[in-house]
Design a protein around this ligand. Sequence first.
Ligand code: ARG
Length: 467
Amino acid sequence: MWKGRFQQETSGLVQQFGESISFDWRLYPHDIEGSIAHATALHEAGILTRKELSQITTGLKSIRADIDAGTFEWKSSLEDVHMNIESALTARIGPAGAKLHTARSRNDQVALDVRLYCRAEITAILSLIRNLQRALVSSALAHKDVIMPGYTHLQRGQPVLFGHHLLAWIEMLDRDADRLTDALKRVNVMPLGSGALAGSTIALNREGVAERLGFDRVSRNSMDAVADRDYIAEILFSLALTGTHLSRFSEDIILWVSAEFGFVSLSDAHTTGSSLMPQKKNPDVAELTRGKTGRLYGNLLSILTLLKGLPMTYNRDMQEDKEPLFDSIDTIKITLEVFAEMIAGMQVNAPRVRAAAADPFLLATDLADWLVLKGVPFRKAHEIIGQLTAHSLSTGTAFPDIPLETYQQLSPVFDASVFSVLTLDQALKARTATGAPSPANVARELAAWSRKLKPASSPRRARKQAS
Ligand code: ARG
């Protein structure tokens, strides 16, 4: 492509070192879509005749069909997806193909392609997040009466509903979806027309190209447009945090399926056996999810490190942005998908969960609250129930079995009505503030999520849901 200035062929080793076709080939649908829009703008500007435009469009579509069919021959000597397609086009249609790159550089071309790719992938990831949320809602609804211990420091703390625990995951995933949706605002900006770095003396209608390609706006500075990879860093951060969330859920699940907890079991289809120990059933999906989070972090760090020393504007280093981006997107997509399947196949062992929740110590805070409602300052109430706990531990007597006289020795405020606090149903029913796990609240939240996550049945509804 640059043979005019050079007397020597590029060294084979440099070709091997510099090629990106082995990974950027997957940008081809976007490269072709972008080139058709660019050619249309060139025609409107009088650079291409109507006939040339139609040759280019037909040629590009035939190339796309061949790539789709797996019959296109990629050449690493042509470096990247952009030059492979342009060269094939010229080979197919002749001189008109050689006009396509007018007023365009690979710098703005690659920026366009990657933005189109990110936009499509974000849309796909958002729907996978919604799917996983749906699986969680279904599981919560299927076990809506199951009371479980809630933990802090992995020590039993207070009772919650199983559905409340799953709702916490749903909320985390919702912020992930929000972050990606927000990143989309900065992704959906059209860079073409920025040229190598300073635009072009051939002024094209950039707004027209943006409209044709469904962009919200055009970039405002040609140098920024070819140098900017912020949107990739943002996406990689969002995906890294989604990975963090899925990794934490995985840790819950790994604990829950252990014999020690025995709260849930996973389907055979979503677990693996051991090559040695015949009895084993391992939660590999959860473990791999936890493990894959490492590469999501690594990819974020790659892009940040890649960018930190780069002077304006485009530098070839930036070719290294793609593999981390592709890897994080591929990783999160399959993880979300398999995780949703695993959750759909998850069985809750309700008797085991209820037995764990029956630990009377889970109601210690409620006893302190009972004293507070009788006028005892909270710090004092905390101390009294602490003493009651010590008594319970040393005598091996649970709160409901300790005689009222013992309660009254610790505080004269106690009367027989204190025992009404000591049931799980009462403990949950009393937790009525917004966000607390009363059965009514949890049912309301689940109903709201079911409504929000209802699969779009009509395009109109889909648009409304998206906005
Ligand atoms: N393959 C290149 C990349 O991914 C395309 C842009 C090349 N631009 C250049 N000036 N060499 O960054």
